[in-house]
Design a protein around this ligand. Structure first.
Ligand SMILES: Cc1cc2nc3c(=O)[nH]c(=O)nc-3n(C[C@H](O)[C@H](O)[C@H](O)COP(=O)(O)O)c2cc1C
Length: 198
């Protein structure tokens, strides 16, 4: 089980939230069931409607299903060993990137990663709504991604997303099997919500 530092934590939902927030989690046991093209498009549509600084929408998604084995493998190949162990079963892999500069004036966009995070969160909740699991991974090799995917210097790869329907996790290797069913842990609000100045 995950351990956090010596601050108050809980696995309970303490105040009401909508179903997809409650149900979303980053699992690893993917089934080989393919995802329809229209559901894939719904994921990107959810990302499309995320807020962003100056409405710049600096996110870019490069995706491949196992029907495009060469591109799928070029994304998979960038992953660190620990992620490869289970992401090998994901029928859909997405490299999420940012456009580093504003389109309107070519100045650096300091909010781009922040905005990509919001878009990925929207995408993840839409996936939960569709019965799909999203697992984001920062554990990949940037240089390999740039080479494998021919990423131009105007863009930066940020996070890979493994997406699919789930299978029974019994055949997952440890420690992943145990993590799959362990309760999620979060700091409680008293740790991160304040109504007085620091
Ligand atoms: C930016 C980012 C990078 C992550 N990188 C990895 C990763 O490389 N490997 C992995 O197994 N999980 C990764 N995760 C998943 C987190 O470990 C996970 O979201 C966290 O433990 C909370 O669990 P939950 O998403 O099931 O609520 C990443 C998540 C985010 C948002």
């Amino acid at each position: 089980m995950e351990t956090l530092t010596m601050h108050p934590t809980s696995s309970e939902i303490e105040y009401p939230v909508f179903t997809e927030i409650r149900e979303r989690r980053s699992r690893r046991a993917y089934s080989d069931q393919p995802i329809s093209e229209s559901d894939i498009r719904s994921l990107f549509e959810a990302a499309r409607w995320a807020p962003s600084s100056s409405n710049e929408q600096p996110w870019v998604y490069l995706y491949a299903t196992k029907d495009q084995p060469e591109l799928w493998h070029n994304i998979f190949d960038t992953l660190m060993e620990g992620n490869r162990t289970w992401a090998k079963d994901a029928p859909l892999l997405i490299m999420s990137l940012i456009r580093k500069e504003f389109l309107k004036n070519d100045k650096p966009n300091g909010s781009a990663r922040f905005d990509l995070g919001a878009a990925n969160a929207f995408l993840s909740l839409q996936a939960t709504h569709l019965g799909l699991n999203v697992h984001q991974m920062g554990g990949f090799e940037r240089e390999k991604a740039i080479a494998n995917l021919n990423i131009p210097p105007t863009h930066e790869p940020v996070v890979v997303l493994a997406i699919g329907y789930l299978r029974d996790p019994q055949d997952l290797p440890e420690p992943f099997r145990a993590r799959e069913t362990a309760p999620r842990i979060r700091y409680t609000q008293e740790f991160f919500v304040r109504n007085k100045p620091f």
